[in-house]
Ligand binder design. Structure first.
Ligand SMILES: NC(=O)c1ccc[n+]([C@@H]2O[C@H](COP(=O)([O-])OP(=O)(O)OC[C@H]3O[C@@H](n4cnc5c(N)ncnc54)[C@H](OP(=O)(O)O)[C@@H]3O)[C@@H](O)[C@H]2O)c1
Length: 348
């Protein structure tokens, strides 16, 4: 089968940063689905895994351990075959999933994925729209409801939540999920078009993440926030998060820190700090990993009921070397609004 991958970690414009390969047809294990991939999205994690690990392109650190490395952690496709122990899916089902960062990704004609991590794809939108969703929807859902402990059912309606980095892939789903849960959504964005996008998705207030966040919230009569999620640049935003979080509130971050975080500041307020990593459940094979399949089924239902919309803002064309390179280049610019997707595998 055709797949696009790489043998060395290289800068995005290096001719060998993306290459087409012919790989063996994958055989499903007992819990696996084999999926014929129809559409994919690209996430910052793809660019981070692909990025050079040393300046010299020929350095040993830039050689991948299992060659070639196939990326892609957002897919929509049709189940082609199932393992002996699979119970939730049959051949012919259309599915969507992020999958497992430890396995071969979706930039291939066929991909294996554990059924526990898979949802039934929404019926009301095309594959290229649905491919925008799985990784970011899982991250947004787990952040809001599993880490910040908010209720997806509306029990916390009216509670303010601050979402830092509102217009990006994760923020664009988080705004909608928070809004659907009845929360008061304060999102951040720095440009006219990204601010407008946050409002269109349902944010009640939009403030600038390059400005003084506590001062901008104070202007709106908001002096503390019980739940704050950081989707970008934790080092920059941590002081404002610590200042704004309400006593006994919660902070969550999907991005890491470079400098140490002064956690002492949270102690007097008995604030909890939570990390969210979407690949934790697949990577550690946690007993509740099937939650990811359940979350994706709920997301698909919300799409089909018109309570959530796809965050796709661009489709770059077929899944091939040139379009994947263009997608990585755009993601590396750090200015995405919503998501980009690629549809139809041409493997060139
Ligand atoms: N832990 C996890 O499981 C997980 C999952 C998904 C993503 N991530 C990570 O989370 C980050 C965001 O992912 P994404 O897919 O949402 O990325 P993205 O779509 O590339 O994010 C782009 C957005 O980031 C905003 N932004 C840029 N600089 C910012 C800053 N200094 N502070 C706040 N916002 C800023 C931009 O808003 P403006 O243009 O308005 O400035 C833009 O809309 C990435 O680092 C990614 O690797 C982690």
């Amino acid at each position: 089968m055709k797949a696009i991958g790489f043998e060395r970690h290289l800068p995005v414009d290096h001719p060998e940063a993306f290459r087409a390969f012919d790989l063996p047809f994958p055989e499903p294990g007992p819990h696996d689905l084999r999926v014929a991939v129809e559409a994919v999205s690209v996430n910052p994690v793809d660019t981070k895994v692909r990025a050079p690990k040393a300046v010299d392109p020929d350095a040993a650190e830039n050689r991948v351990t299992a060659s070639p490395k196939v990326l892609g952690f957002d897919a929509v496709g049709v189940v082609d075959a199932v393992g002996d122990a699979v119970s939730r899916f049959r051949p012919g089902d259309r599915v969507f999933y992020a999958g497992d960062i430890g396995r071969a990704g979706s930039n291939a004609e066929y991909q294996l994925v554990d059924e526990a991590l898979v949802g039934h794809a929404p019926r009301s939108i095309e594959a290229a729209g649905a491919a925008a969703l799985p990784l970011t929807a899982l991250t947004a859902w787990e952040t809001l409801f599993d880490r910040l402990g908010l209720s997806p059912e509306g029990a916390d309606a009216g509670t303010p939540v601050l979402l830092i980095g509102g217009a990006g892939g994760v923020g664009s789903v988080a705004i909608q999920l928070a809004r659907a849960a009845g929360l008061k959504v304060i999102a951040t964005a720095s440009r006219a078009e990204s601010r407008q996008w946050c409002r269109d998705l349902g944010a009640d207030e939009v403030v600038d993440h390059f400005g003084d966040l506590p001062a901008q919230l104070a202007e709106r009569g908001i002096h503390e926030v019980p739940a704050i999620a950081c989707f970008n640049d934790l080092d920059r935003h941590y002081p404002a998060m610590a200042a704004l979080v309400a006593p006994q509130g919660r902070l969550a971050s999907i991005v890491g820190n470079k400098a140490p975080l002064p956690f002492q500041e949270l102690r007097d307020k008995s604030v909890g700090f939570f990390w969210e990593y979407m690949f934790t459940r697949p990577r550690f094979d946690t007993p509740d990993k099937h939650r990811q399949g359940e979350i994706l089924d709920r997301v698909a239902t919300m799409i089909d009921e018109g309570r959530l919309r796809s965050t796709r803002t661009q489709t770059l064309g077929a899944i091939n070397v040139d379009n994947l390179r263009a997608a990585h280049r755009l993601l590396e610019g750090g200015r995405m609004i919503g998501k980009l997707t690629l549809a139809g595998f041409d493997g060139a």
